[in-house]
Design a protein around this ligand. Structure first.
Ligand SMILES: NS(=O)(=O)/N=C1/NCCO1
Ligand SMILES: [Zn+2]
Length: 253
């Protein structure tokens, strides 16, 4: 059963570029003009991790251009502000995007905002070229050594609104080895405010995490410490949205 909050509006009022979507591989269009993606992250900008009642967010200091993303489909320079995940109660589902209807157990989102055109995330989130989110699929396999530092602190943010200091984490360790092969399309945030501000960049290559690591994600709670009934933080993904005539481009043939 999808967690009620995640039914959300099926399509934001008047929305024609909503996310997530199913990526139909044979319908995607190779674009030879797409450049390689150039993430350049400084682990020293990592500041804290907190449970916002939807997911857990690892937040980065985005007051300067120290952790940036350029290239790929992007015309401008984008600043990393946070990353988070979506996952299921079972390994059979959990991702927001799908590839030819294939579901993954979880999906990583690395959220960036356009620092050439806007001065803060809250401003960029309202603009159609305001955000760039990298999506990476997670599969169950070998333990992800880089992720373990994050998994080890999750019990400290078990409840909604809990926060702990979290520093010197290089988000690049969560990217797949090949970041040149990706799909990209114009979409929206999949959690509030659901604004149609996102250039999505979905990696073709997944990363592997162990079953035990994902089980720790599932030990988090949607609910705050005061609430009598505790609800496990699982199935925190949005239902898929209609493509509404959009084209998904690929950087590879
Ligand atoms: N799942 S998502 O599209 O990245 N959603 C959000 N909301 C605020 C930042 O990222
Ligand atoms: Zn997300």
């Amino acid at each position: 059963m999808m967690h009620p909050m995640w039914q959300g509006p099926l399509v934001a009022p008047g929305g024609n570029r909503q996310s997530p979507i199913d990526i139909r591989v044979r319908k995607s269009v190779f674009d030879p003009h797409l450049k390689p993606l150039t993430p350049d992250y400084d682990p020293r900008t990592c500041s804290q991790i907190w449970n916002n009642g939807y997911s857990f967010l690892v937040e980065y200091d985005d007051t300067t251009d120290k952790s940036t993303l350029k290239g790929g489909p992007l015309e401008d320079n984008f600043r990393l502000c946070q990353f988070h995940f979506h996952w299921g109660e079972s390994n059979a589902w959990g991702s927001e995007h799908t590839v030819d209807r294939r579901l993954f157990p979880a999906e990583l989102h690395m959220v960036h905002w356009n620092s050439d055109k806007y001065s803060r995330f809250e401003e960029a989130v309202m603009e159609e070229n305001g955000l760039a989110v990298i999506g990476v699929f997670l599969k169950i396999g070998k333990r992800h050594e880089g992720l373990q530092k994050l998994v080890d602190v999750l019990p400290a943010v078990r409840h909604k609104d809990s926060v702990v200091e979290f520093t010197r984490f290089d988000p690049a360790c969560l990217l797949p080895t090949n970041i040149d092969d990706y799909w990209t399309y114009a979409g929206s945030l999949t959690t509030p405010p659901l604004t149609e501000a996102v250039t999505w960049i979905i990696m073709k290559q997944h990363i592997e995490v162990s079953h035990e690591q994902l089980a720790v994600f599932r030990s988090l709670l949607f609910t705050s410490a005061e609430e009598e009934v505790q609800k496990s933080m699982v199935n925190n993904f949005r239902v898929q949205q209609s493509l509404q005539g959009r084209t998904v481009r690929s950087s590879f043939t």
